[in-house]
Design a protein around this ligand. Structure first.
Ligand code: PMV
Length: 326
């Protein structure tokens, strides 16, 4: 059977960086993210007894090496659950540049997990799918449920999963995703996570995360946008301080990244309220309230060098769709 799934990327307001268990991808801390309705991956999977090897096509070309291995590894988690020995054809399409810090591994592994499990004949619930997706890429578990999602770190494979904290329509927030470069990053986040083990500031980060989690829950409950934004920015800067002091240092920002940060602060002082956050890459996410998104987008259009601005609202969760890619 051929099955196609669509999964949104997500932007973390409280970040996941560092693992307590590498293999199971159990995170150091809980995290909280907004799913993104205009930044997504679509993946079609079909198992067949005719294939001599798994074949994986991403964004129009057949993949080999590490990229393919990551997909095959995920298929190898799913096949035994369904007692299936057949190999698969996987065709996947991102509607945004992959591996450039725009969470393509999150949406990619989420879409792959849903499509492959269903194509293998498994009937898994959202929690089971999330746990499986997490084994492929930690943040992928936050791309399975919809809206604003919370990943409880848990202590084992069983209880480390994400769920919807608030539905997509709870709060009209917009993430203007500013694409600064389409180049692929040199150090993957998987590699980056492992560097936290030797980072002198890791413990201080965990203390900050505890406070940030408390404050952000308060901000969501009372819909206090200013408090939300302050937590988001401080969390982002905290994460990047750890990245910058890793050995080797992870310097993900480009000069345009920094320019947009300064502009956002300036526009805010002038009354246009938005707050920045950045994942493991140079792209900037400006979080604003729906009423300000057009004004902010117009301001951004005046900044030279920006390649694209994607207007993202909270998305519905990952799901099976009818339109196959092959
Ligand atoms: O799931 P990974 O290994 O791609 O790690 C994601 C790491 C960050 O994007 C920097 C933070 C996060 O919580 O998404």
């Amino acid at each position: 059977m051929k099955v196609t799934a669509k999964a949104p990327a997500n932007i973390a307001f409280i970040k996941y960086w560092g693992k307590t268990n590498e293999k199971l991808r159990l995170p150091e801390n809980d995290s909280l993210a907004m799913t993104l309705d205009q930044t997504y991956t679509t993946t079609t999977v079909e198992f067949s007894d005719k294939l001599k090897q798994d074949r994986v096509f991403i964004d129009g070309s057949e993949t080999t090496g590490e990229e393919k291995q990551r997909v095959v590894k995920q298929l190898n988690l799913i096949r035994p659950k369904a007692s299936l020995g057949w190999l698969a054809t996987v065709v996947s399409l991102n509607n945004f540049p992959k591996a450039s810090g725009l969470a393509s591994s999150a949406s990619g592994l989420a879409a792959l997990t849903i499509a492959a499990s269903a194509a293998a004949g498994l009937k898994l619930n959202q929690k089971e799918l999330g746990r499986l997706a997490r084994l492929g890429s930690g943040s992928a578990c936050r791309s399975i449920p919809g809206g604003y999602v919370y990943w409880q770190k848990g202590q084992s494979d069983q209880d480390s999963y994400a769920y919807t904290l608030y539905n997509a329509d709870y709060w009209d927030l917009v993430d203007l995703t500013v694409v600064v470069t389409k180049e692929q990053k040199k150090i993957s986040s998987t590699e980056g996570h492992s560097l936290t083990k030797t980072n002198p500031f890791s413990q201080a980060r965990q203390e900050a995360v505890r406070d940030n989690l408390k404050e952000i829950k308060k901000a969501f409950k009372t819909k206090d946008f200013t408090l939300l934004g302050q937590v988001i920015e401080s969390e982002c800067l905290n994460l990047h301080s750890v990245m910058l002091t890793s050995k080797p240092a992870l310097i993900y920002w480009e000069s345009l990244t920094l320019e947009i940060i300064h502009k956002a602060i300036q526009w805010r002082q002038e009354g246009l309220e938005s707050y920045f956050t950045i994942d493991a890459g140079p792209q900037v996410h400006l979080i604003c309230q729906g009423k300000n998104s057009l004004g902010l987008k117009n301001k951004l259009k005046s900044v030279r060098g920006i390649l694209d601005i994607i207007t993202n609202r909270p998305s519905q969760g990952a799901r099976i769709i009818d339109r196959h890619l092959f």
